[in-house]
Design a protein around this ligand. Structure first.
Ligand code: F6P
Length: 356
């Protein structure tokens, strides 16, 4: 079968491992032929492609990024964008398409599926917040990077009696902040799911210092929100621009929070923004294996004719779920994980009252 492939949205460690697994199983088991479309959906709009054979995927397993490159191009926002994608698939004799991406990329895959394209999706985001699947590859690598950064930040914070506010990725969900915060021994973890009161954060830092600990580490997800009177607050934007899928650019909460903590406590406070370091470089062993399993699952789904579906991880098994299940809802951090983090911290009067 001739199969097209693309990677869309933000890059993610493990993308090359997925591509490699698909091509190897496709060639060895099914005698497939592959064409790689470049730079996400832009490759289909503009017919930019490269052959994907065993040679093209040799040696890419440990490499970060994606050999197909990526973009946040949205065909639905371009004149005739979807039609042009369909034309390109036809011109290239593509019989099935594997789209590797997050909810934005997969929502375009669903649109093509509705127009008759035989599509299988693979979930991808370091944020780990895609619906329908337990884990996305890239998340583990990102957490390892943040955890190492937290270990480093700890020693300098301790040496200077400082509060350090570390901003991590996590636009809608706080998975990276929570996991790496637990793994890295953070003193406060702030996530988008729970808007926070800066006065209470300052109180908990003060309590620590009263217990004789003169440094503190706060991990904050970029999408975390200051709670406002009776409302849920809004995230801090780095600028007013939006990408083609309508997402605003987040960033800057650590600097604001650091200023507010210092103002309230008098403790010297610094902000560290980890940014795209979290997405770069070689995938962890866990992500290489997970990405490989997703790739193998997806190529099998193509040959079983399970189109309009996405490979998903459920209870440590790769299964097939409808694409719509993944794109219609975001997977927020669940209460059980929040309780794991809460269990490690001193119970303030407020949390006692709320029974947490
Ligand atoms: O979607 C994953 C993500 O890493 C978000 O956490 C973050 O807000 C965004 O991508 C950053 O995107 P860009 O690479 O376009 O700056």
């Amino acid at each position: 079968m001739k199969i097209g492939m693309l990677t869309g949205g933000g890059d993610c460690p493990g993308l090359n491992a997925v591509i490699r697994a698909i091509v190897r199983k496709g060639v060895f088991t099914y005698e497939d032929e592959f064409v790689g479309f470049l730079e996400g959906w832009r490759g289909l709009i503009e017919n930019l492609s490269m052959p994907l054979d065993l040679e093209a995927v040799a040696g890419i397993l440990p490499r970060g990024g994606t050999i197909l490159r990526t973009s946040r191009t949205n065909p639905a926002k371009r004149p005739d964008g979807i039609d042009r994608c369909l034309d390109t698939l036809e011109k290239n004799g593509v019989q099935a398409l594997i789209a590797i991406g997050g909810d934005d990329t997969l929502s375009v895959a669903q649109k093509l599926h509705e127009r008759g394209t035989r599509v299988v999706g693979i979930p991808k985001t370091i944020d780990n917040d895609l619906g329908g699947t337990d884990y996305t590859f890239g998340f583990d690598t990102a957490c390892n990077i943040v955890c190492e950064a937290l270990d480093r930040v700890h020693t300098t914070a301790e040496a200077h009696n400082r509060v350090m506010v570390v901003e991590v990725m996590g636009r809608d969900a706080g998975w990276i902040a929570l996991y790496s915060g637990i793994a890295g021994g953070a003193d406060v973890i702030l996530i988008p799911e729970r808007p926070f009161d800066v006065d209470k954060v300052a109180d908990s830092i003060r309590e620590r210092h009263e217990r004789g600990l003169y440094f503190s580490i706060i991990v904050v997800a970029e999408g975390a929100k200051f709670s406002s009177e009776g409302g849920q607050g809004s995230p801090v934007l780095s600028d007013m621009g939006k990408d083609e899928f309508g997402h605003v650019k987040l960033g800057g909460i650590a600097n604001i929070l650091a200023r507010e903590i210092e103002k309230r406590t008098g403790f010297e406070t610094r902000a560290v923004v980890l940014g795209h370091i979290q997405r770069g470089g070689s995938p962890s062993a866990f992500d290489r294996v997970l990405a490989t399993r997703y790739g193998l699952g997806a190529i099998d789904m193509v040959h079983r004719g399970e189109f309009g579906s996405m490979a998903a991880l459920r209870a440590n098994k790769i299964v097939s779920i409808p694409l719509v299940d993944a794109i219609t809802r975001n997977r927020a951090v669940d209460d059980e994980m929040i309780q794991v983090a809460d269990g490690l911290f001193a119970r303030t009067a407020d949390r006692e009252a709320a029974g947490r």
